[in-house]
Design a binder for this molecule. Structure first.
Ligand SMILES: NC(=O)c1ccc[n+]([C@@H]2O[C@H](COP(=O)([O-])OP(=O)(O)OC[C@H]3O[C@@H](n4cnc5c(N)ncnc54)[C@H](OP(=O)(O)O)[C@@H]3O)[C@@H](O)[C@H]2O)c1
Length: 298
């Protein structure tokens, strides 16, 4: 149905160019706009039409894909062309928060435009490859007819009508990634504190270790869900005393190696908080509950 439907891409940074190229590679008519016009040159060479203004860009297609630095840039770019968005669909793939997504959806609806919010789980080089997936949220009646078109960019995963879901999951996935990288940096700093240690040699051990441990996550997740649904007693537990001794050993070894313990302090605070709650064991549901009820920091 959407095989030849034209699409407009607003924003030709690293990611926007990759998105435009993915649509072009499919043979779709693509109109592009970027604040710095020179960035359109490559995609124009490959067949895109360069719009002379944002208004010209958004009126060229029923579907307007937006990928800019942040939501302020999106508002700044789209607000002057609000009347021209009437009857069109805006798919906003800019990184932002659920609240920003909600405000954007409300703004679009106020101007008669359909709106989907998205989170790109890819880097520009993996867009349109089997590695890429993109999260979407917003009204299902808007998403369903566009699924085939959006699948071109990477597997389109629809999360639901609550428009903030895509950004929430996007940022939660990035949180997992950031904390994994923090763990990588800390463990490499420890391992390379001895002159025999190399980051490459250590990482040959770290990757299979983390890969094996990641296999435990679905079982932990099932216990978190059971806890939220019906307060079920977790089975996958470990004594808090064992956890605290283990963490103290890691932190002491870290100090002995002259490496900061800062990345480990939140883990220690978490275990101490479970102890303060009167718990004798660690479990994934208890840790998740505790994070969700704890005071926001920063
Ligand atoms: N790159 C990635 O690996 C990646 C992965 C997932 C998601 N994302 C998300 O994709 C979005 C774009 O990322 P990117 O890598 O393409 O960034 P980028 O290369 O820095 O491009 C930023 C884009 O935003 C535009 N822009 C910035 N401020 C603007 C303003 N006030 N008005 C109009 N346009 C403005 C820039 O226009 P000019 O060219 O005129 O400066 C450019 O098109 C971000 O939300 C990012 O988080 C990126």
């Amino acid at each position: 149905m959407n095989g030849e439907a034209p699409v407009t891409v607003v924003g030709l940074g690293e990611m926007g160019r990759a998105l435009a190229d993915a649509f072009l590679a499919e043979g779709r008519p693509v109109t592009v706009w970027n604040r710095t016009a020179a960035k359109a040159e490559g995609v124009v060479t490959r067949g895109a039409v360069r719009a002379g203004s944002v208004a010209e860009a958004v009126t060229a297609s029923p579907l307007v894909v937006v990928c800019l630095l942040d939501y302020s840039a999106v508002r700044e770019t789209l607000e002057p062309v609000a009347p021209q968005l009437h009857g069109r669909t805006v798919v906003n793939l800019t990184n932002g928060t659920p609240v920003q997504a909600g405000e954007m959806a409300e703004w679009a609806a106020g101007h008669g435009a359909d709106y989907l919010d998205g989170g790109i789980m890819a880097v520009p080089t993996t867009v349109a490859t089997p590695e890429a997936f993109i999260l979407y949220s917003g009204e299902q009646r808007v998403f369903d007819p566009l699924r085939g078109t959006l699948d071109v960019l990477g597997a389109a995963k629809y999360l639901g009508a609550e428009v903030g879901l895509a950004s929430l999951y996007d940022l939660a996935l990035l949180s997992g990634l950031n904390l994994m990288f923090d763990g990588f940096h800390h463990s490499v700093a420890m391992a390379t504190s001895q002159k025999e240690g190399t980051a490459v040699g250590f990482t040959e051990l770290l990757v299979p270790w983390l890969t094996n441990m990641a296999q435990l996550l679905p079982a932990f997740a099932a216990e978190v869900d059971a806890d939220l649904d019906r307060d079920a007693e977790p089975q996958l537990t470990q004594g808090l005393d064992v956890q605290l001794v283990g963490l103290a050993n890691i932190m002491n070894a870290s100090r002995e190696a002259g490496v900061s313990t800062a990345p480990l302090e939140p883990s220690l605070a978490g275990l101490k908080a479970l102890l303060a709650e009167g718990r004798g064991v660690w479990s994934a549901p208890a840790s998740v509950r505790q994070l969700r009820s704890g005071p926001p920091v920063g």
